[in-house]
Each structure stands twice: as C-alpha cells, then as structure tokens.
Ligand binder design. Sequence first.
Ligand code: NAI
Length: 327
Amino acid sequence: SKKPVRVAVTGAAGQIGYALLFRIASGEMLGKDQPVILQLLEIPDEKAQKALKGVMMELEDCAFPLLAGMEAHSDPMTAFKDTDYALLVGSRPRGPGMERAELLAINGAIFTTQGKALNAVASRDVKVLVVGNPANTNAYIAMKAAPDLKPGNFTAMLRLDHNRAASQLAAKTGKAVSSIKKLAVWGNHSPTMYADYRFATIDGASVKDMINDQVWNKDVFLPTVGKRGAAIIEARGLSSAASAANAAIDHMRDWALGTNGEWVTMGIPSQGWYGIPKEVMFGFPVTCANGEYTVVEGLDIDAFSQECINKTLAELQGEQDGVKHLL
Ligand code: NAI
C-alpha cells in the first residue's frame, strides 16, 4: 500500500474545516488508496484549540481506514513540517466596517508567517491552496514569503466560482452539469471575477450559441455568479462552507490526480499569459496531469471579455499594491 502523505489544514476548527476534513480523511481528495496524515492548525486561543480537539474526536470516531495520523498545532512551524499539501483556510475575512488597510495588514501578517513557515519546513514540492479571503492576495503574500519554494505551487481558490458558473449554465440550458466542458473563470475570487462560457460546450455543441443572449450573460449570469457568496450569507446567515470545502477538494484532487484533458479554473501566479503581468495571482483555465497544471493558451479574447479581465486585474493589482510594504 502507498506511503501516507501529509496534509496540513489551517482554520481546522472553522466552518469550512468541518466540511473539509472528513472528506480528505475518507479519500475523496487524494484517492481511495492514499493514506493521509492530517496536520491541523488553529490559533493558540484556548477555545479554538478545544474546538479542534472536538473535531479530532469526531474524526477518530469515523474510523477512516485511510487516516494514518492526526496532529493538532498552534504554530505553523510545526503544523507545516514535511507537509505535501497545505490548505490555508483560516484567515481574517473583511468584517463589517473594517478598513481595507486593516484587512490587508492582518492578513499580511498571517500569510507572511505561514509562507515563511512553509518555506522553512514543508516538503520542497508542497502544493498550497489558499481558501481564506482575500484568497488571491493571501496566496500572493504567502508565495512572496517563501522564496525557496516553487512560486507556481502557490495557488488560490477560484474553483467555487467555476462550479457556481457551471451550475448556473446547467440550469439555464436544462442540461446535466457534468456535460459542461471548457468553462473558464478569469481573475480574482471576488464579484469582479469573469466567468466566461464563450468556449464552453455541452456534448460538443457551443453553450454560447445555445443561450445566445448577451444581455442574460451581462445582466443575469455574471452578477448571479459574482454575488453568490453574498446571496448564501443572506439566505443561510452564514457564509458558504460545504460548497467551499467541496471546491477545495475538487481543486486539490484535480491538481494531484489530473483532469483527463478537461478544463478547470485555478488561481495561479501568472507567467505573462494573456497579458496578465508576471506573479499576479489570477484565475486561469488550466488542465492538470502528473501533478502539474498547464494554462489553456491561445484563446481569443474579445472586447467585452478584455474589459471584464481588465477590471478584475485592476482590483487584484490594487490589493497587491496595498500589501507591498508588508512583504
Ligand atoms: P470560520 O470563521 O468558521 O473559520 C475560520 C477558522 O480559522 C477559525 O476557527 C479561526 O480560529 C481560524 N484561524 C484564523 N486565523 C488563523 C490562523 N492565523 N491560523 C490558523 N487558523 C486561523 O470561517 P470559514 O467559514 O471556515 O471560512 C474560512 C475562510 O474561507 C474565510 O476567510 C472565508 O472568507 C473564506 N472563504 C473562501 C472562499 C473561496 O471561494 N475562496 C469561499 C468561502 C469562504
């Protein structure tokens, strides 16, 4: 049988953690033949550590055959030791009335510390997924704090936006969500993201031609996907957690195990693709194979799409400028 791999998860006692850990331990992320050791990080706060212990008791009670070990940590330097996968979920999202500078300063501190710790102690091939918001900029901060690791192994989660867009298109066309291929989401995980179905197909037929309604695209589809997070909060009284955890599983599974040629969306540091400046942590369509992602290149960008991409890029560059002094 396979040697266990180490999976670090931060914010492990939070909402997303509760929807995520059991699925990792059951093999849904890395395969039903891959044992895992969970290295769980929470803030040192007594309540958080106690809640983490409770989650670990429940993980024990599942008697998962693939769960080869489990550790609770309050220090990233021990939590990230030799880790092969790191899911950075814990962060400080923007609260009511919180100033942008304050938000960026708090997350700058968290993700600088965690990036340095990954740099010092993680596996040299660690695959990092940042879920905690602002996800793209947090991933950028961690990447910049980890100069000895491959920058391309720092990624941000756009997959929830991708999955949301796929479901909206399935509903609109009346087709199965699994039949939708070649969807792309460009840019920032924020309402400015650009979900792009111009290349999408269902059973080989063009989704754009099937829908044939640019007003729906602009006035219904894009705002629905962009504001979905807010709509969930409004309906549930809590932010999306199970769907976010599901997207994190999808992102890591596809990265590790491959997509068989199908497109998915990942937030990755640009190498200049589509005119996006180098290092900007941007959502791109990718395919994955052998543990590596490859950007889908050569897609035509029309005027409307370019406008959308410019807008989300400007927002991201603004965020990255805002943290420059912290790096
Ligand atoms: P939550 O508040 O329920 O849990 C967050 C946990 O992180 C808490 O237990 C907290 O103690 C812990 N934490 C905070 N700072 C930490 C640190 N420095 N190290 C370790 N643990 C730390 O929040 P929830 O609902 O689980 O969401 C987590 C994050 O994910 C939020 O930032 C949220 O905005 C973001 N999110 C991102 C999505 C995406 O698509 N990228 C989708 C949904 C949520």
